[in-house]
Ligand binder design. Structure first.
Ligand code: COA
Length: 266
């Protein structure tokens, strides 16, 4: 078995076994070209056949592992473990994260067996774009955000990025932080994104605050998603945050998994 950089000709072979990975299908077809252009998309080859794939995204200080797939007939033979170890040899050191749906036990078993631990539980909610009134507004500074941004990461189109003051500065400049002010105090915050790979989806990748404040942030998202012509809204909130609103559909639970390479593990 050989693991190598993906080539253009691999795409059709990979997509052939990545059509129905999950009950809802798969997203590899939407991201293959973007991932390949960044240079860290890998495939596993055995007997002249492409039997696995995965991608690494590098951020300034961290790495993100995604899209690990093994051709169904080749599973449970150690290929996933070999791709995880290949990823570590490429990344070498620093923080590595990945996200797994809580019911995907083969995948959880695989990453736990190579030393990853659960860092945080995130809940996915969904709703639809709609014209709505909301008092939430685009934030112009980080004043009042410290207590509300109680997370070391936020979701940016299915990648969890480090949420430090530098990142918050970048998000403010991009008008992607929305806040609600109640009685002259910031009472809720949300961070939104819309990815080129999934233009039909508007995503809130972090939300926290008072119950009323978070509902206002979600109403802002409904309006903004409609303005941008999106068809669906996904909201990720940490499981410990109780995001409740009649118009939200509660979906799956996800585990954000983490490992420190060349250092201390969780
Ligand atoms: C998850 C996936 C990549 C694992 O690949 P794999 O090549 O089968 O993994 P391995 O053979 O290296 O298995 C590694 C460990 O995972 C566990 N495991 C793998 N498949 C399992 C299964 N179906 N049930 C229970 N445990 C399983 C085993 O504990 C195994 O350890 P062992 O060698 O001590 O038995 C593969 O099942 C797959 O492609 N699934 C669909 C796509 C997916 O869910 N990707 C991850 C999304 S986050």
């Amino acid at each position: 078995m050989k693991i190598r950089n993906a080539k253009e000709g691999d795409k059709s072979h990979v997509l052939e076994f990545c059509k129905d990975t999950f009950s809802w299908g798969d997203y590899i077809a939407d991201v293959w070209d973007t991932w390949k252009s960044k240079g860290h998309l890998y495939v596993a080859e055995q007997d002249g056949l492409v039997v696995g794939m995965y991608n690494i995204s590098f951020f300034a200080k961290e790495a993100w592992l995604e899209g690990m797939r093994v051709r169904p007939q080749y599973r449970k033979k150690g290929l996933g473990t070999k791709m995880m170890s290949h990823a570590e040899s490429v990344i070498q050191n620093g923080t590595v994260r990945l996200i797994i749906e809580s019911e995907n036990s083969p995948s959880i078993r695989l990453v736990e067996s190579v030393g990853y631990g659960i860092e945080e539980e995130w809940r996915l909610y969904s709703t639809v774009p709609e014209k709505q009134e909301s008092s939430a507004m685009v934030a112009k500074s980080s004043d009042g955000l410290d207590d509300l941004v109680c997370s070391s990461t936020y979701a940016d189109s299915w990648k969890w990025l480090p949420l430090d003051s530098e990142e918050i500065g970048k998000l403010l400049r991009q008008d992607r932080i929305v806040t609600l002010t109640e009685k002259e105090k910031t009472s809720a915050v949300g961070i939104w994104n819309r990815s080129n790979d999934f233009p039909e989806i508007f995503q809130l990748g972090f939300v926290n605050g008072t119950r009323y404040g978070m509902a206002q942030i979600v109403l802002y998202a409904k309006n903004k998603a409609r303005e941008l012509g999106c068809q669906r809204i996904q909201i990720f909130a940490q499981e410990k945050i109780s995001l409740e609103a009649g118009f939200l559909e509660k979906k799956s639970l996800f585990y954000l998994m983490k490992k420190e390479l060349g250092g201390k593990n969780l």
